[in-house]
Design a protein around this ligand. Sequence first.
Ligand SMILES: [Zn+2]
Length: 132
Amino acid sequence: MDYGLTTSAGEPYTNNIRNRMSKSKSDKTSAAADRDLYSGLIRLHVLHHATEEPIFGLGMIEELARHGYRISPGSLYPLLQGLEKKGYLRSTTQRDGKSLRRVYRATPLGRRALAAAKSKVRELFHELIEGD
Ligand SMILES: [Zn+2]
């Protein structure tokens, strides 16, 4: 299953990970594991930016790429729709020249969810990075 994540260098993400890990697991297994590992981070990242300014799909794809996540429109748009369905984002359509662009903003529920996640991320950061 292709979920569109690659490294910033453009290599398939799973190849990069696989080279450093045991090769006993199948590609499918590690691809699924990577997707599961990073999807929450990507959601939090999206939510963070949506609390700061209105975001749209292509802009968010570029922003995530800046941070080393390559995510395809086919993966990001369902993610945005999922966050909207949960009530964390609300979208409106804006005219952008000749085309319509769907723009997302965080809802009060999304802001509260992000605030709660922040303290968990902080705690995880301490444990992972600072060895607390
Ligand atoms: Zn960012």
